[in-house]
Design a protein around this ligand. Structure first.
Ligand code: BES
Ligand code: MN
Ligand code: ZN
Length: 486
């Protein structure tokens, strides 16, 4: 998809050429500066009761009089925020889907200007409108024809807008990559497939990628990760991807992604309702790879390492059993009381492995707990860290990226829940506070660097009629990484 900008003012929108013009208007009246032809159409529609200045309302005009374009959509944003702008663009594009529209010009109908964040928001809304899963569905309808988006802006903001479009395009490519990995069914997207896709990504985008097989993982001593993988006929993989944009001496940002390509629960097997959605249990891994893709495109002067432990969680004859005790890479022993709490068991070894990169900071992303979904629903991802400065940095990235994140507690007191008589720790505590105890478990492996954990169990995919991967939190992670560039 092609994103560009075009210099023009709100007063000259009638001269904009494209297949369709989408004008976003905030507030509850027309600014005097709006193009007279566009303004008179809107005034007429308001007096007929066809359009209102209310967030969510949009209106389609065929062959609008006095305009160069054949199609005009006016979308009301309500508040003058970037978030409202994005929502308005998304609903406006809803009216253009399925038409023969390839090139959309987007403009603000207000006197105040669109800038960098609007540009990124337009790109992400556009990509959302254009996305259609078809990898395993040959009969899927053709995807929307959208191919080119032009943001109309004033001369003074052209550079900002250009920067926002470039960042938006990279994020969109990363989100798209993450979505297509995560949407693929478990029999297609296996640990080996993830490894191959990471290799391919590396070749195409100049990222160094190593994929370790079971033998290599055994040699390293990742006993906890291997315990999860042992019930499956699909061999595990450990993916190490390195983006080198700065001197080797510069400490990297390390991103760790949970890559369970299917989570049956193992011997502690899950109920069958909606179990198909556990193909999305590699959403953390997909988002980390998607972020690497976005970063490789934007080329910041930074080093970033992605670590992905990936396997299936299956109840085979060789599967790990409740009560089994395993030795993690850190040397700490773990009593596996519930084989369905497998995410933390694969992440803990990756977190220990991260130490060898002497990281500036480590962020892990995982569809880790149902409890996080109960706590936060499907809007906010959960943030867990004892590091206030790091929390602020991630929350700021979340706001910029319009990728919501909410900080959860991580007091020492929660650690009590993991005590057992038979190992250094149990892999589960009681049900109460389950998202927090999961984070406390991970914390026991992160003493040597700054660390945060992001639980995306409620945000990595959508259920129901709109079932599908969201690609979150690629936007958040990309902004977070870029915020380290000095
Ligand atoms: N992948 C699941 C978490 C999950 C569940 C994500 C539902 C999204 C929707 C994870 O491996 C898991 O099964 N967690 C258990 C932990 C429990 C056994 C302590 C859970 O949340 O039930
Ligand atoms: Mn599980
Ligand atoms: Zn899981």
């Amino acid at each position: 998809m092609d994103f560009r900008h075009q210099i023009a003012s709100a007063g000259t929108l009638s001269s904009v050429a494209a297949d369709a013009l989408l004008v976003v208007i905030h507030g509850d009246a027309i600014d005097a500066s709006l193009d007279p032809a566009v303004a008179s159409l809107i005034k007429d529609a308001v007096s007929l009761g066809d359009f209102q200045f209310k967030a969510g309302r949009c209106w389609y005009v065929h062959r609008p009089a006095g305009l160069k374009v054949a199609r005009l959509v006016v979308a009301a944003a309500g508040a003058p925020t970037v978030k409202a702008f994005k929502t308005a663009v998304a609903s406006g594009l809803g009216l253009l889907k399925g038409l023969g529209v390839k090139h959309v010009a987007v403009a603000s109908g207000n006197a105040d200007e669109v800038g960098e964040q609007h540009a990124e928001a337009m790109a992400t809304a556009a990509a959302d409108a254009a996305y259609l899963y078809r990898d395993t569905k040959p009969s899927a309808p053709p995807a929307p024809a959208f191919a080119k988006f032009t943001l109309v802006c004033g001369k003074a903001h052209a550079r900002d807008v250009q920067r926002g479009l470039a960042r938006g395009a990279a994020i969109v490519a990363g989100v798209g990559f993450a979505r297509s990995l995560a949407n693929r069914p478990g029999n297609h997207c296996t640990p080996s497939y993830l490894g191959e896709q990471a290799k391919k990504l590396g070749k195409e985008h100049g990222i160094k990628v190593e994929v370790l097989d079971r033998k290599a993982i055994e040699k390293i001593g990742m006993g906890s990760f291997l315990a999860v993988s042992q019930g499956s006929a699909e061999p595990p993989r450990f993916i190490v991807a390195r983006y080198e944009g700065a001197a080797k001496t510069q400490a990297p940002i390390v991103l760790v992604g949970k890559g369970i390509t299917f989570d049956t629960g193992g011997i502690s097997i899950k109920p069958s309702a909606e179990m198909d959605e556990m193909k999305y249990d590699m959403g953390g891994a997909a988002s980390v790879l998607g972020t690497m893709r976005a970063i490789a495109e934007l080329k910041p002067k930074l080093n970033v390492v992605a670590l992905i432990p990936t396997c299936e969680n299956m109840p085979g004859g060789a599967a790990v059993k409740p009560g089994d005790v395993v030795t993690s890479l850190s040397g700490q022993t773990i009593e596996i009381l519930n084989t369905d709490a497998e995410g933390r068991l694969i992440l803990c070894d990756a977190l220990t492995y991260a130490e060898r990169f002497k990281p500036a900071v480590v962020v892990d992303v995982a569809t880790l707990t149902g409890a996080c979904v109960i706590a936060l629903g499907h809007h906010n991802s959960g943030l867990f860290t004892a590091d206030d400065a790091l929390a602020d940095q991630l929350l700021a990235a979340s706001r910029e990226a319009l990728d919501p994140l909410w900080r959860m507690p991580l007091d020492e007191e929660y650690d009590e829940a993991l005590k057992t008589n038979f190992a250094d720790m149990a892999n589960v505590g009681p049900r109460a506070g389950g998202a927090i105890t999961a984070a406390m478990f991970l914390r026991r492996f992160t003493g040597k660097y700054r660390w945060a954990h992001v639980d995306v169990a409620g945000t990595a995919w959508k259920s129901g009629a709109q079932k599908g991967a969201t690609g979150r939190p690629v936007p958040l992670l990309t902004h977070f990484v870029l915020s380290h560039e000095s």
